[in-house]
Ligand binder design. Structure first.
Ligand code: COA
Length: 320
């Protein structure tokens, strides 16, 4: 049998940090409101010269370094993003060029908003287990703040930019034990950036529109459900999880999910206060944080989970 194993992780956050106090100078909000409702204290915002593939490149370089591989070893690139550099080519192709890979290895993007990294991980895992790929670079990268209306306090305080990357490689022992993905497009209207291109012109609103309360309730419900699905499939209980790595959208969603699962907060990665919601980048950023800060140690079991626009949601069990 061939399995996927995690060989390395890397992440990148743009230098510019924007605190709640800074936002409160331009929109009717306060540090107290944002912290108490979301747990967010600050977020990182890209430099005007940076695109999503630039952020992805920095994270990918760090993941390759930690995997002790060179870019030429990579034979698949999957980038999860909602904020590609351009309509096409894909951000994955642009990243491939920036990494200097000339082997002709396949590269493509995946769009599942905040669940994108789980989708990308699952797709890369299928390639590896099918025996067609040895080393896959899986990236979640976003310049999500480009999708925000900075006058809309309901949304602009929630998000940030960043990128996280992992290298998955073929192995004879399981690392990635299972992944489970879901979607239900009937909820598309609750969280969307509905703009599109028509006859060469941008049409419709390009910024994020959200029913925050409905998203909150749905998120807590399905995160708990999908985490239970992957644990049951592997005949494990929540007590077997050494480190819970949830999507970083809101500290109250994270804590409520951990509470429902019976996972104590000392086993939960919580980076949302420093980064806000970085969409597809959030889970790989949190995973890299957990490994670099020894919240997750070699041999231990991580439970990854995310939910996002679509709605989409998913989970993975990973022995690192
Ligand atoms: N500052 C101050 N007030 C704000 C605000 C802000 N940044 N954003 C919204 N408000 C106001 C609203 O206008 C509303 O005012 P009103 O009652 O006068 O109409 C009020 O706060 C809503 O408050 P409340 O119902 O207590 O908010 P909440 O506890 O539901 O928190 C969210 C709102 C958006 C933080 C919360 O619903 C949430 O996090 N939802 C999930 C969003 C998410 O994670 N999306 C991405 C998923 S991948």
């Amino acid at each position: 049998m061939i399995y996927s194993r995690l060989m390395g992780t890397g992440s990148y956050l743009p230098e510019r940090q924007v605190t709640n106090e800074m936002l409160a100078q331009t929109v009717d909000t306060s540090d107290e409101w944002i912290r108490s409702r979301t747990g967010i204290a600050q977020r990182h915002i890209r430099d005007s010269s940076q695109s999503t593939s630039d952020l992805a490149y920095e994270a990918a370089q760090r993941a390759l370094e930690s995997a002790q591989l060179s870019a030429d070893d990579i034979d698949l690139i999957v980038v999860a993003t909602t904020t590609p550099d351009m309509a096409f080519p894909s951000t994955a192709c642009l990243l491939q060029a920036k990494l200097g890979i000339r082997s002709g290895a396949p590269a493509f993007d995946i769009q599942a908003v905040c669940t994108g990294f789980l989708y990308a991980l699952s797709v890369a895992d299928q390639f590896i287990r099918a025996g067609t790929v040895r080393h896959a670079l899986v990236v979640g990268a976003e310049t999500f703040t480009d999708l925000l209306d900075w006058q809309d306090r309901n949304t602009c305080v929630l998000f940030g930019d960043g990128a996280g990357a992992v290298v998955l490689s073929a192995a004879d022992q399981p690392g990635l034990l299972t992944t489970r993905l879901h979607a239900d497009g009937h909820y598309a209207h609750l969280l969307a950036a509905p703009g599109k291109f028509v006859q060469g012109q941008a049409q419709g609103s390009p910024v994020v529109h959200m029913d925050g309360g409905a998203v909150f309730k749905f998120a807590v419900k399905v995160l708990d459900q999908v985490c239970r699905e992957v644990l049951e499939e592997q005949h494990l209980s929540a007590s077997a999880v050494d480190c819970f790595v949830p999507h970083q959208a809101n500290i109250r969603i994270i804590d409520a999910t951990a509470h429902k699962m019976g996972i104590s907060l000392d086993r939960v990665v919580r980076t949302v206060s420093q980064q806000g919601n970085t969409s597809a980048a959030s889970v790989p950023l949190a995973l890299d944080h957990a490994l670099r800060h020894q919240l997750l140690q070699p041999g231990q079991l991580a439970l990854l989970a995310a939910v996002g626009g679509g709605f989409t949601w998913g989970a993975a069990l990973l022995r690192v």
